[in-house]
Design a protein around this ligand. Structure first.
Ligand code: KG4
Ligand code: ZN
Length: 330
């Protein structure tokens, strides 16, 4: 990451990044196995970092600050990142900075060719979170609404599991949905008319389970229709609540981030509805929607640039598996 020092400089620029997905490793178990995840992190992180330096044409000596994900997340995996960052920092005599995972997602559209400007409404939709936020600047995040049970990504993943689509289910369900009829099954749109900006997806999963049982032997033939109907229910709720958040705040910019932000149907519907309302929508590049290191480097660079935070030479293995976003310095 190339970043100018000082407040309100140009948007930092990505020099190179690399990503290793653990999807195949976890596939056999139908979900993330924490111990395997952290052991694999240990094996991958240094070779990946070497590849990034080679691609960027830089060396360790060019590093100003080492950023790492401080939380929230699985403690074991976080400790690997924190340990590597602290060791590199100490060895190079460079300061380190722990970053909030969700702030990484939130700021990831700044890595795109068409970066947003503040203020905006953010729809953060990942495997663990579904939140609508008003974002007025770095660290200035006001929660407008969030899920009271499952996250949107979880709704995709759990429904996909019920349809026998494996792990992670979101992208597989979305692919199959492309071949089905979104109106074939009437599935609930929880909290659609609740008048607030909260979400609830647990009931949808139950409705999908009921349908699969009802279909019995017919399920195989109707799978694509059920996938399409499930996706339609999730997308409609995300769309309507995002539009309500824009209306409530009077803002005309929407940022969509997190793994579910890669969903093509969600993007198409948001694009259409927002174009009608004169709202600009910004997404991260598709390959930067799901978890990646580039967004963590970006959040660190923007935080340092804003002057809100300084990197430190306290080389502790400092992680926060649970860490609310509104606890960040602002
Ligand atoms: O942000 P992310 O990579 O990890 C978390 O921080 O949770 O999000 C992962 C989630 C998973 O639930 C995955 O199924 C979902 O994002 N996802 C998708 C798509 N791609 C990833 N859901 C729907 N459609 C997609 N194309
Ligand atoms: Zn994530």
């Amino acid at each position: 990451m190339d970043a100018e020092a000082g407040v309100a400089g140009p948007v930092p620029r990505l020099l190179a990044h690399a990503l290793h997905t653990q999807v195949q490793m976890h596939e056999a178990y139908g979900g993330v196995v924490p111990e395997l995840a952290s052991r694999d992190h240990i094996r991958r992180v240094l070779p990946l970092a070497e590849g990034v330096f080679a691609e960027a044409g830089r060396t360790l000596a060019d590093v100003d600050v080492v950023a790492f994900t401080r939380g929230p997340g699985l403690a074991g995996a976080l400790l690997v990142g924190a340990g590597v960052a602290a060791s590199l920092g100490a060895a190079l005599d460079r300061p380190i900075l722990g970053v909030h995972h969700l702030e990484g997602h939130l700021l990831s559209p700044f890595l795109s060719a068409d970066p947003p400007t503040f203020p905006f409404v953010a729809l953060l939709v990942s495997g663990g979170h579904t939140q609508l936020m008003r974002v007025d600047g770095i660290g200035r995040y006001e929660m407008l609404g969030e899920t009271i049970d499952d996250a949107a990504g979880e709704a995709f993943d759990k429904s996909a599991k019920l349809l026998g689509l494996g792990y992670p289910g979101g992208p597989a369900l979305a692919r199959l949905a492309g071949e089905g009829d979104p109106e074939a099954f009437k599935l609930p749109r929880p909290l659609l008319r609740s008048g607030d900006l909260d979400f609830s997806f647990a009931g949808l999963k139950t409705a999908v389970l009921t349908q699969t049982k009802k279909l019995g032997d017919e399920l195989q033939a109707r799978k694509a229709d059920l996938a399409a109907s499930t996706q339609a229910a999730i997308v409609e709720v995300l769309l309507k609540k995002s539009l309500a958040a824009l209306e409530q705040t009077g803002l005309t910019r929407l940022v969509v981030a997190g793994g579910v932000g890669a969903n093509k149907e969600l993007r198409a519907q948001l694009d259409r509805a927002c174009a009608r309302k004169g709202v600009r929508v910004h997404y991260p590049e598709l390959h930067l929607c799901t978890d990646n290191g580039a967004m963590i480097a970006m959040a660190a660079a923007m935080r340092l640039q804003s002057g809100l935070e300084q990197a430190s030479r306290r080389y502790a293995f400092d992680v926060r598996p649970r860490w609310p976003l509104d606890a960040l310095p602002q």
